[in-house]
Design a protein around this ligand. Structure first.
Ligand SMILES: NC(=O)CC[C@H](N)C(=O)O
Length: 196
C-alpha cells in the first residue's frame, strides 16, 4: 500500500491524515527522520513556517527532506508547507528547503483577509474546488520548470514542478479531497517508476 507521511512538528498535521486516508492511501505522522524511509510521499502542512523551520532544524530534518525530494519522491506543501518549499521568500533567497522554483509572498492577502474561502478551478485536478485560505501566502511567479495549477484574482495559489506540489490553501480542512487524491496519484506513479 502507498504510504504518505505528514510532517508532524507543528501545524494542521492530523487533519491531513484524514484526507490521505479518504484518498485511498495510508497516512502516518512523521516525527523522526528515520520515518522518511517508511513513506512514499510527504506532506508538509500549514502552520507557521518559521516555527516549523525551527523544529526542522531541532530534529535535523532539513537535509533528509531535501534528499527525499531530490530522489524523486513526491512532496506536497500546503500553506506554510508551500513557503518551506520555495526558492525565494518575500524577495529574499534566504529560504528553507528551496526545492521548488517558486517565488512566494507570505501573508499576501493582508490583514483584512486573514481567512476566507474561494471557489477555484485547479487545472487537471478539480473544478469548483472550495479552498480555505488562512493567513495565506501566494506565489508571485514560477520558474520555467514549474506549472501554475490555480490562480485567485490573478495571484497564483497552486503549482506543480515534477514531484513537488504546493498550494496556498488548506485542503485538509474540507471534505473535498480532490487535490489530496491528485497527490496520492503522483505518489503512486513515482513509486512505480522508482521501483522499475
Ligand atoms: N495557514 C498557514 O499555514 C499560514 C502560513 C503563515 N502565514 C506562515 O507564514 O508561515
Amino acid at each position: 500500500m502507498t504510504t504518505i507521511g505528514v510532517l508532524a512538528l507543528q501545524g494542521a498535521f492530523r487533519e491531513h491524515i484524514r484526507s490521505v486516508e479518504a484518498s485511498g492511501a495510508k497516512g502516518i505522522l512523521v516525527k523522526r527522520i528515520e520515518q522518511l524511509d517508511e513513506i512514499d510521499g510527504l506532506i508538509i502542512p500549514g502552520g507557521e513556517s518559521t516555527t516549523i523551520r525551527r523544529l526542522i532544524d531541532k530534529y535535523n530534518f532539513l537535509e533528509p527532506i531535501r534528499q527525499f525530494g531530490k530522489q524523486g519522491k513526491p512532496i506536497f506543501g500546503t500553506c506554510a508547507g508551500l513557503i518551506l518549499l520555495a526558492s525565494e521568500i518575500d524577495g529574499s533567497y534566504d529560504v528553507h528547503l528551496g526545492l521548488m522554483d517558486i517565488r512566494v509572498r507570505r501573508n499576501a492577502f493582508g490583514r483584512q483577509r486573514e481567512s476566507f474561502e474561494a471557489d477555484l478551478d485547479i487545472k487537471g485536478v478539480a473544478d469548483q474546488y472550495n479552498a480555505v485560505f488562512i493567513r495565506a501566502p501566494y506565489i508571485e511567479g514560477v520558474g520555467k520548470e514549474a506549472s501554475v495549477l490555480a490562480t485567485y484574482k490573478g495571484n497564483i495559489v497552486a503549482a506543480q514542478q515534477d514531484n513537488f506540489l504546493a498550494c496556498s490553501f488548506h485542503p485538509e480542512l474540507t471534505d473535498d479531497h480532490r487535490i489530496t487524491e491528485h497527490f496520492v496519484k503522483m505518489v503512486e506513479e513515482a513509486k512505480k517508476s522508482l521501483a522499475s
